[in-house]
Design a protein around this ligand. Structure first.
Ligand SMILES: NC(=O)c1ccc[n+]([C@@H]2O[C@H](COP(=O)([O-])OP(=O)(O)OC[C@H]3O[C@@H](n4cnc5c(N)ncnc54)[C@H](OP(=O)(O)O)[C@@H]3O)[C@@H](O)[C@H]2O)c1
Length: 334
């Protein structure tokens, strides 16, 4: 039986997730309905993607008995309210990254998932790409020896995008794109809590971080460093350096379609989209969608590839990096 999806919000990433879902077999993934704050937005989205039902309000989607799992593609300050709405209606939830604005909100969401006995995952799609699974396999088999250093960068000019720079819309480089570097480092070091984190950065007049550079020290003198920025474009690569070799993601480290292992490159192409995408490689969102299907079929309440503990660790590290750079959201004061 197909996994029955509802889409919450009719924005840019919801478009790309919907296109990605349709690269998967329809007997496995079915989109039942889309909801947006305004009915006309939901209707336009439904028409564009041939989705049978459109709702003007998220509550109606929560009440739809045919929805099994909701994909939440709202901007970050609304991740918690939307997630709680759907989980309290006994819907499983895949919520865009960052899961929430801070660790306090993440804890509340995880508690709601447990209380309602539903599945919850932060949509860290990177982890489910074939190239990422290959990285995990290489690390587990110690193909590059003991990892001593990880470096990752993600910087794309986004100063013209309101949600990226306005504080009340959840702006800031760390929560928007730095999170991809941080999750990469945490994946390589297998969810271990670092011994220390040191962040420095540049803030905009709006009070959010334009650029951050963060250094992490793990046990046994293992290190990591990442940078993220809304102001410039960087090569956006990542490298894992071990005592016996290196693994490199040459570009698009958040959606890897190629890997260089000790200088030898392998390609992992994503499928072509049937409609234009807003972001590069977005048909690769199909891998996390299929992960959700497999978890639900097994009755799991979290994915082993991106656990609740993984999300909490990310949020706690983000809280600390923001504290050091001086980025405080209204959600931090509650
Ligand atoms: N996985 C990825 O590659 C990826 C890429 C980009 C973004 N993201 C994540 O996805 C989320 C959405 O990003 P996006 O670029 O798709 O954003 P977006 O298109 O600007 O907005 C997404 C939706 O958020 C709601 N929204 C926007 N402004 C709002 C406001 N002022 N008040 C209440 N709701 C508002 C709207 O929902 P309605 O349609 O219901 O009105 C809108 O359609 C972010 O959390 C971001 O981190 C992930």
């Amino acid at each position: 039986m197909a996994t029955r999806w509802g889409i919450c919000s009719a924005g840019k990433i919801s478009n790309d997730f919907t296109v990605a879902l349709k690269t998967l077999p329809p007997e496995d993934h079915q989109i039942v309905a889309v909801a947006a704050r305004k009915l006309q937005d939901a209707q336009a989205f439904a028409k564009k993607h041939s989705i049978p039902r459109a709702y003007g309000g998220y509550e109606e989607l929560a009440r739809d008995p045919d929805i099994e799992v909701v994909y939440i593609g709202t901007i970050h300050p609304f991740h918690i309210s939307a997630s709680l709405l759907f989980m309290n209606a006994k819907k499983n939830v895949l919520c865009e990254k960052p899961l929430a604005m801070n660790s306090r909100e993440v804890k509340e969401m995880v508690a709601a998932a447990k209380m309602n006995n539903v599945f919850l995952m932060e949509a860290v799609w990177t982890r489910f790409f074939p190239a990422s699974l290959e990285i995990k396999r290489l690390l587990a088999q110690e193909e590059v020896g003991e990892v001593k250093m990880v470096r990752a960068d993600f910087a794309i000019p986004q100063m013209h995008i309101r949600r990226a720079v306005e504080k009340e819309l959840g702006g800031g480089a760390l929560l928007d794109i730095g999170v991809y570097c941080l999750q990469f480092i945490c994946m390589v070091y297998n969810g271990e809590k670092p011994e220390s984190i040191q962040a420095t950065g540049v803030c905009l007049d709006t009070g959010v971080d334009e650029t951050m550079v963060v250094t992490l020290k793990f046990s046994r003198n293992r290190m990591a460093v990442f940078s993220c920025s809304l102001a410039v474009e960087m090569p956006n690569d990542a490298i894992i350096v071990g005592t016996k070799g290196t693994i490199k993601v040459p570009a698009h480290m958040w959606s890897p379609t190629s890997l260089m292992v000790n200088g030898k490159e392998t390609q992992y192409p994503v499928p072509e989209p049937y409609l234009p995408l807003n972001f590069p490689n977005s048909t690769g969102l199909r891998y996390e969608a299929e992960e959700i299907r497999q978890c639900l079929l097994k009755g799991l309440k979290e994915s082993p590839g991106m656990t609740h503990a993984d999300s909490l660790l990310l949020a706690e590290l983000e809280d600390e990096a923001r504290r050091q750079v001086g980025v405080e959201y209204s959600q931090d004061q509650q």
